[in-house]
Design a protein. Structure first.
Lengths: 342, 438
């Protein structure tokens, strides 16, 4: 607990000092004097908000992954470890909001036109999903073997959570999105296709294996945490009480892959240690179709998303080192609340 | 509510028809005298068409004024209009002006009571850079405004736009509107939301399955493959869909979301297969063994062997062809992206077939778990249909649709795990109802 407190205190101090330097009075005074347009003010708003989120978000994500990993090492249940992981970026998000609220207020208070043709918004959402790993491919680092699992079941301890900020005209919209996703493999028997020869530690030699193999995977064999940062673009359709829209998005994924096992080819659990702890920058994309219910200053929405998140990383040890890649495919139902920022 | 107001207005019309009215030549500023006279004549016609007034013809009006030695030119004030009205013996007079300021043409008109000299109603109409529109639309709008029938005015405008696109595609450009604010020509459009329900037979074309494992002899080959040319399917629930669309003239587009459920009825399926099936280790075969399958075989599928649930989102582009008023045939092409759920009481096609084959040898392949998998796929549609406009708000539609969905999924379990792909082709009749959301 003391360790946790120490890290959050460090994060708070670091973000406060850094933000106070970045967003000094000089920077807010750069906002044009006199009446300006909402578009200009929104751009200025993004100049303040995006760097803060894009810098401290991943920083907090790293911290969360580390704290969650410690939890696993200390013998916490996966749920507890995931809670610790989630707490760090959420707290960081709150701290960023706290540190930038005065700056945002200063920017948004500027006198501006009352053009209502464009909606500028902030959104927070929760996005439960149905997911699975597709085409898990593993290749030995020594180039002597490869294995493939066509499908593996995954689940979540917490549904994805996210933040979006953007604009929407009557026909077109764009927004920036950041989200936190945590998936894990469920307890299952994975049947895999194997090709080649693999090193056997007990025999200290390479051995042939049959092409058809199976492996019993415990729950949370792979713990997948991602921070997604990307752009969405969508076309707004005619309103009929609710406003439908359809679009697509893509962006970068900061993927953390953790396991108590070194890798699929080396399935010996290391108690009290995190045998696999990889962090990679990958990418993902999604389609989206949604319905927005507008209120005077806010809106609610539901959005359906097929998502495809790519994972590529290295696992295993020594001669069993391997290169793994797969697609985490999910169907997400996003439920969110948006607020007009003007 | 609007219907009742309209009813009251129309009921009131016969009682108002004995009001006599005359229209003075409008005063022209920046517009030629001949153009002013033509436009004024059009206003007379439009006032007559409203059915509210008995409008004095221009010829009769000129005769009376000539007889009285009165020169109409320059008569622009209310007093003058009252004087002329008394000479003509009408109850009301219409006077006004047509002017041009910069690029804007403007009409202002008023009705004056000849007895009291009071201005009863006034109306104005502005238009950027286009005097022709004053004739085709402006005077009609002025007449309806003077009559005070705003509801009818709106309904008339809506009707013009709808008939331009629903019933009279390809007619002369009388339906093309001019937007005075933007100065641009505006083509009429219609936007709508509709729901439909569909039903029809289907089939799985070219069902192809291959083992998730490779052959031990040749790793580049799959352990086994199987192919079925045709498996019949049928709707287990009617297809339900929601469309959001619109059209401009000949072309239309729709966003469509639909739910679709097909199942395979009981049938015997003949398949072509190659390769080997891996039988997991047993006491008799501690290392397991590979059983070479027959190249041709058949299997009796029970009812509901495979259920396909598909949620699709896609777009359709269509041609809105001219036909007769209120009915428009359409033909289109659509692409969709779908989330396909495939489920069964059995693990999957490969497992089911292998179990049947191995049962002949007294070997019982244990069913591990039933199939329930969700994957993404895509498809295309060719809809051919009709839209019938029942009134200004509602239309009905019928379309015959050839629908093709490409479905991919992972089936069976354990060492019979397989990758499946098929094309679900269906021919549907969809009946729908839509509402305009202009």
């Amino acid at each position: 607990m003391a360790k946790l407190f120490k890290y959050f205190f460090c994060l708070f101090m670091f973000s406060s000092v850094s933000l106070s330097n970045i967003y000094s009075e000089d920077s807010t005074s750069r906002v044009e004097q006199g009446a300006v347009t909402q578009k200009k003010v929104f751009k200025k708003y993004l100049e303040f908000i995006l760097p803060a989120n894009m810098f401290f978000g991943p920083y907090a994500f790293f911290l969360g992954v580390t704290i969650g990993g410690w939890g696993i090492v200390d013998g916490d249940s996966p749920l507890t470890a995931n809670t610790k992981w989630l707490a760090a970026p959420l707290l960081a998000g709150a701290l960023i909001q706290l540190n930038t609220s005065e700056i945002k207020t200063t920017v948004l208070k500027k006198p501006m036109d009352d053009d209502n043709s464009t909606l500028y918004y902030n959104i927070v959402y929760v996005g439960p999903d149905i997911s699975s790993i597709k085409d898990f491919n593993a290749k030995g680092d020594d180039g002597k073997w490869s294995a493939n699992v066509v499908e593996a079941k995954t689940g979540t301890d917490y549904p994805p959570l996210g933040y979006r900020t953007g604009f929407s005209t009557r026909s077109f919209g764009m927004d920036f999105e950041m989200s936190l996703l945590a998936h894990h493999t469920l307890k299952q028997t994975a049947y895999y296709n194997f090709e080649g020869r693999i090193y056997n530690e007990d025999a200290n030699m390479y051995i042939d294996l049959p092409t058809s193999m199976e492996i019993d995977l415990p729950s949370h064999f792979l713990m997948l945490h991602s921070m997604y940062m990307g752009i969405n673009a969508y076309y707004v359709l005619p309103n009929f009480g609710v406003t439908p829209y359809i679009g697509a998005g893509g962006g970068a994924l900061l993927n953390s892959i953790q396991s108590q096992y070194p890798g699929p080819a080396n399935l010996v659990q290391e108690d009290g240690a995190l045998a696999l702890d990889a962090m990679e920058l990958n990418w993902g994309y999604h389609g989206m179709v949604g319905f927005r219910y507008m209120r005077e200053k806010s809106f609610y929405y539901v959005e359906l998303r097929p998502t495809f998140h790519n994972f590529q990383y290295e696992s295993g040890l020594d001669r069993l080192k391997e290169h793994d890649q797969f697609v985490l495919q999910s169907f997400q139902v996003q439920l969110g609340v948006g607020k007009n920022i003007f | 509510m609007v219907r009742y107001i309209l009813l009251i207005l129309f009921v009131g019309l016969p009682f108002a028809q004995d009001i006599t009215i005359a229209v003075l030549d409008f005063d022209g500023n920046g517009v030629s005298q001949s153009e002013t006279r033509t436009l004024t004549n059009r206003l007379r016609d439009e006032l007559f068409k409203t059915g509210v007034y008995i409008v004095l013809e221009r010829g009769k009006m000129d005769d009376v004024l000539k007889e009285q030695g009165f020169q109409q030119t320059g008569c622009v004030t209310s007093e003058c209009a009252v004087e002329v009205g008394n000479m003509l013996g009408v109850q009301q007079m219409v006077g006004g002006s047509i002017g041009k300021v910069g690029n804007i043409y403007t009409i202002s008109a008023r009705i004056i009571d000849v007895v009291t000299g009071e201005v009863l109603k006034s109306a104005k109409y502005d238009n950027v850079n286009n005097i022709e529109t004053l004739l085709t639309q402006g005077m009609q709008e002025i007449a309806l405004k003077l009559v005070g029938n705003e509801f009818e005015l709106k309904e008339t405008q809506k009707k013009d736009i709808r008939s331009a696109t629903m019933g009279a595609v390809g007619e002369a450009g009388s339906h093309i509107r001019f937007d005075p604010e933007s100065g641009k020509t505006v083509y009429p459009s219609n936007k709508y939301i509709s729901v439909y329900m569909g039903y029809g037979p289907g089939s799985l074309e070219n069902f192809y399955a291959e083992s998730a494992f490779s052959s031990p002899e040749n790793p580049s080959e799959r352990l086994w493959t199987a192919n079925v040319l045709d498996v019949s399917t049928e709707n287990s629930l009617p297809q339900l869909g929601l469309k959001l669309g619109g059209w401009k003239g000949w072309f239309g587009g729709e966003l469509e979301m639909s739910l679709f459920r097909h199942k395979t009825p009981a049938q015997i399926v003949y398949y072509d297969s190659h390769g080997q099936v891996f039988i997991p280790p047993t006491p008799d075969y501690p290392d397991g063994y590979y059983y070479t399958i027959e190249p041709q075989d058949s299997v009796a599928l029970p009812d509901n062997f495979l259920n396909f649930n598909s949620f699709s989102i896609g777009g359709v582009a269509y041609l809105n062809m001219p036909f007769i008023k209120n009915i428009n045939p359409t033909i289109g092409f659509g692409l969709s992206f779908a989330m396909n759920n495939v489920n069964s009481d059995y693990p999957g096609p490969g497992s089911f077939a292998a179990k049947n084959v191995m049962a002949a040898f007294g070997y019982d392949i244990k069913d591990s778990q039933s199939l329930n998998t969700t994957d993404f796929g895509w498809g295309f549609d060719i809809p051919i249909g009709l839209k019938y406009r029942a009134n200004d708000n509602i239309f009905f539609s019928i379309d015959f649709r050839l629908s093709t969905k490409y479905i991919y999924f992972v089936g069976s379990d354990a060492y019979l795990k397989e990758k499946d792909e098929t094309v679900l082709q269906s021919f549907q009749i969809n009946l729908g109802v839509g509402k305009f959301i202009n």
